[in-house]
Write a protein that binds this ligand. Sequence first.
Ligand code: PLP
Length: 425
Amino acid sequence: MASAYQKMTDAELDAALADLERQADELRALNLKLDMARGKPSPEQTALSKPMLDLLTSESDLSDQGVDADNYGAPDGLPSARALAAELLGVDAANVSVMGSSSLNLMYECVLHGYIHGIAGEKPWCQQGEVKFLCPAPGYDRHFTVTESFGIQNVPVPMREDGPDMDVVREYVEKDATVKGIWCVPKYANPTGVTYSDEVVRAFAALKPAAPDFRIFWDNAYAVHTFEGEGDELMNIFDALAEAGAENRVYEFASTAKVTFPSSGMAWVTASPADMAELRGAFAAMRVSPEKISQLAHVRFLKDAAGVAEHMKKHAALVAPRFALVEKKLTDGLADLDVATWTHPKGGYFVSFEGPEGSAKAIVALAKELGVTLTPAGAPWPYGRDPRDTNIRIAPTYPSLDELGQALDVFVVAVKLVSARLAKA
Ligand code: PLP
């Protein structure tokens, strides 16, 4: 569809451009320093978990169901931590390892396992020549960085409104044995906010991979991060696998990064019994046992899935107004101009914005000039290459509402000015 700027006469467009250049000059003169780049909880959000710090003292009983948190042991994590992690994902605690504070780190270790030792008795990926991972895009840039760092070829796959384009995924996975994995954020995806439909989850479970060492990296980072109403329901991938009669196909990950404290929480991985046995072998070579004091604090603070749900409502009360502000500012500023679309997630941390073709880099650069830092354009694509240069990730959670409002005003002017300049070109 033609934008309002493309429909203008030359004189109207010149006048609009002059007005927008003037608005940009006024904003530039304010010397703003605002940041909408970071998918981080705000200080008010992390403060919600500070009472957890008071739960363990030198007087505390540090045992959990007979396991001492203050010593070696329990290589899969504390029993209560495994039970909580399992309840949150709807899986059997026997198949869960809770380890460390970063799920991304666990994903890296699983890729490392495939690369160095090989999966399910196959040759290590490092000895197989060309190896590929599918990357639904736009997606989470740090996923792509993990596989890129091993020299694995990242292949973009289009994202649709209900998940990755499964025709493309099927074609690659079932015909190309060099495809060893796919990165998925199945709920409130980073950055689109999309939750995969049951049909997509079932299509994943029904895949017949050409490579026996193919695994789906199911990063359920935002499993409990609803901020609007009842939120989205994600079908349990292990239920879908059982329905399809498939197993040894999925590594699922999650963490409390955006439940309690990012980088100071607990992270976990779950998979089939056979896959977990293999992964445990790999982890056993890496560490004696995981850090468990933080696990103990977490289970005493959060208790169970109901406790997590209560806690997440407090996050929602802080996050929802920020997303509502994004929606309002973008609608008020841009809806009539037919220059852009954006997502309307019910959970997660991001809004994904689509501007005119060839605009994203210019919008991000202009916003920077006007004092607002955004995620670099292209970052949500493998190798940073957004083929149409249209996508911008908006991360509204960290700034205060006032700062966010200002940052969005700048963003709207940047979008309009770049769109008008493109119409003139
Ligand atoms: N996975 C996704 C999809 C994310 O967006 C993030 C952080 O933004 C992470 C993982 C990082 O999680 P962790 O801190 O547990 O490594």
